[in-house]
Design a protein around this ligand. Structure first.
Ligand code: ZN
Length: 702
């Protein structure tokens, strides 16, 4: 079985053509048993050395993590029921096996002995950072606690897990419970065809149980042209409806339902929020932190609540006046368009008028851009940026590795001496039937140097969901899709151009969470650079370059209502920090009181009295963003400031750009998680990050 099992052989990319779903359960179980046995042996004689606690532990854990990672990769790109069942069958066992390593006291004690002993001075700074992080992870998983404290900690963790799921389930059920059925064409005025199609599909596929039979029959036969149309609170229906519907009364209904979602009866999330905030505070206190924000920030680049808050305060200074100006512009435009000088904008009108004004100022049809962005052209442009800036070449390697689908392409990255440094898989096209939506970079193999000096080169998976070729035309991309590809390639570069030899800090491993979007957002900036974009964007049939006025519209669209968008992110981020810092759950003030207080300085239009949007704020109550929502803006600051280093030498001076590019490669793209991101940034920029470049690039500062 071993020779033809794609889940075995963790120093090579998986042999996808040999993958068989029936191998999953037995292979994973065997690897769990082997990992457990290896761990037991390691714990029996736990020597406080690098070889023992890092290299040997890696060797014990790698086969299972490779196999499991491969299963998850396939679930993302080639999902099928049998594979999902196999994954579900062993998932609990894999998690439990991982916890046995994470909770191992002998390993934790061994690492502490290393840190406190003479051996510490013999380790290099990357090794020290790896051990420090491992100790911190163990401590934050409660491994350092004893007796009753440890028991309570484990109870809290379980309760937090349950509360997070409860929050999501309530939200999901409350979202599902709402619908608004439109039957008259007059109710659909302004809606684009894609939304009519989605609303008709929602009508056709909705459950007919308990419905009045005539309506049920009509719903079954819904068409985009004749309806009925079923509106829901799902993003792809709600958002475009608020932007396009000319009917203020219907927008109000949907908006209202949205801001009061999951706030009553059995689905009320407000008591769940109280519980979550209480448990988080208690967890942080048990671990010796002042509050949950301090715990969260202790593992992030920002480091302290003050630093994160300081950034938000800084950005607010320019964003708020800009948002106010944008609002009065919008009001003036709405009044003149409706010829109603006393028209007032309500909260549910803003999205609609913002879309009208956007169209009025610089409408361009996404479809009009597509012919200039064929996949081949875009890849050529992207690879030439990498070559120009970082001195590496991307070369097609069509037969290098087995793939999971005929559309998947394989490439190698070679250095200036034509020596291979990395490789990647590119899976560009949407396959709605079995491929997850969105785009992502994932690691296939991490860079690693064996004790004998042999290096395993890093390999990445780049996955997008753009339009496949149709009718003999190549894949033609929207501008968003181009930007997404640059973004994911940026993550890929950090994974692939790493020079760290230890798996635990190679590429994107061990990088603080608020710093990991630096290279990806940095790469997006090149899509707005005239010479770069116009260097590759050309019509796939005529070869004609992208017309200058279209480029100007792309630039203008980027900064449109930037103040309002910034302020919205700042509002959420400030509220998130306030709820996890200095707030006493169950005290005099409720989370909703905090929201109202924060809204005063962070919104142009105050939330409605009945607004309870926290009950739907799953990023911080059911996702990973608790006391971390500021990271969106934090990473944008890093990326824009890094890009500004290129602007400062003159974007059209190729030799000077290459010099800065090499420095970017030698720092941000090479050092991985081996150094604190503040040091890495300083090594590149010569100073700490400065938010003014971000504000400038969005027209919010001079
Ligand atoms: Zn990203």
């Amino acid at each position: 079985m071993t020779t033809h099992n794609a889940l075995i052989g963790h120093n090579q990319p998986p042999r996808f053509k040999h993958f068989s779903t029936s191998d999953v359960v037995p292979t994973i179980r065997r690897l769990i048993a082997e990992q457990d046995a290896g761990l037991l042996e390691l714990e029996k004689d736990c020597q406080p050395t690098w070889e023992f606690l890092v290299l040997r532990l890696n060797a014990i854990a790698e086969p299972l993590s490779y196999a499991w990672h491969t299963v998850h990769h396939l679930l993302g790109v080639r999902n099928e029921p049998a594979l999902r069942e196999a994954e579900e069958e062993v998932q609990g066992e894999v998690i439990a096996a991982g916890l046995r390593i994470a909770a191992s006291r002998p390993i934790y004690q061994g690492m502490r002995t290393m840190r406190d002993g003479a051996i510490w001075a013999t380790l290099d700074s990357v090794q020290q950072r790896i051990i420090d992080s491992a100790i911190r992870s163990a401590e934050q998983a409660g491994v350092g606690l004893e007796g009753a404290a440890r028991e309570r900690f484990l109870e809290i963790e379980t309760a937090l897990g349950e509360m997070g799921s409860l929050f999501s389930n309530h939200l999901l059920d409350a979202t599902k419970a709402f619908e608004l059925i439109l039957t008259e064409a007059s109710e659909t005025e302004g809606l684009p065809p894609s939304l009519l199609a989605a609303a008709a599909q929602s009508a056709r596929t909705t459950n007919s149980e308990g419905r009045e039979p005539t309506l049920a029959a009509r719903l079954k036969d819904a068409t985009p042209e004749k309806g009925p149309w079923r509106l829901t609170l799902d993003g792809p229906i709600l958002m475009p409806f608020l932007e396009h519907s000319t009917r203020s009364d219907l927008r109000e209904k949907l908006y209202h339902a949205q801001i009061t979602r999951a706030t009553d009866g059995e689905l009320d999330n407000q008591p769940v929020i109280d519980q979550i905030l209480k448990l988080r505070l208690e967890k942080a206190t048990l671990l010796g932190f002042a509050d949950y924000a301090a715990l969260s920030l202790s593992r992030k680049m920002a480091g302290t609540v003050d630093a994160a808050q300081h950034l938000l305060d800084d950005l607010r200074k320019s964003s708020r006046p800009a948002a106010e100006r944008e609002h009065s512009d919008l009001l003036a435009y709405a009044r003149s368009t409706t010829q109603n000088p006393i028209l007032d904008l309500k909260n549910w009108d803003v999205g609609y008028w913002a879309e009208q004004l956007r169209k009025h100022r610089f409408d361009f049809d996404d479809e009009a851009l597509r012919p200039y962005f064929s996949l081949e052209t875009v890849l050529e442009g992207l690879y030439s940026v990498a070559e120009r800036l970082f001195g590496v070449r991307v070369v097609a390697a069509p037969e290098a590795f087995e793939t999971w689908h005929p559309d998947v392409r394989t490439f190698r990255i070679v250095d200036a001496q034509d020596q291979p440094v990395a490789a990647f898989f590119l899976d560009p096209f949407a396959r709605p039937e079995n491929k997850r939506g969105g785009a992502w970079m994932d690691t296939c193999l991490d860079r690693k140097r064996d004790p004998d000096g042999a290096v395993r080169l890093p390999i990445a998976y780049l996955v997008c969901n753009q339009s496949p070729p149709v009718d003999g035309k190549p894949s033609l991309m929207t501008f968003d899709e181009v930007e997404t590809l640059f973004h994911e390639f940026g993550h890929g570069l950090q994974h692939m151009l790493t020079r760290v030899d230890y798996v635990d800090a190679a590429g994107i491993n061990n990088i603080e969470w608020d710093a990991v979007e630096l290279p990806s957002q940095f790469m997006e900036n090149w899509c707005y650079h005239r010479a770069t974009l116009q260097g590759f964007a050309r019509h796939h049939e005529t070869g004609e370059p992208l017309p200058a006025d279209l480029f100007e519209k792309i630039l203008a669209a980027r900064t449109y209502r930037a103040g309002s968008q910034f302020l919205r992110q700042i509002y959420f981020a400030t509220l998130d920090l306030a709820l996890h810092h200095g707030f006493i759950p169950g005290g005099q003030e409720s989370p909703d009181d905090v929201k109202r207080k924060i809204a005063r300085d962070n919104t142009v239009m105050a939330p409605l009295p009945e607004d309870r949007f926290l009950a739907g704020f799953s990023h911080i109550f059911a996702g990973g963003y608790a006391a971390g929502y500021y990271s969106y803006k934090w990473a944008e600051v890093l990326a824009a400031d890094a890009f500004a280093a290129f602007e400062e030498v003159g974007l059209d001076h190729l030799d000077r750009l290459a010099e800065v590019g090499r420095r970017f490669r030698d720092t941000v793209l090479s050092m991985g998680g081996g150094q604190h991101p503040s040091e890495v940034f300083k090594a590149f920029r010569g100073r700490a990050p400065d938010p003014s470049a971000l504000l400038r690039s969005y027209g919010l500062a001079d």
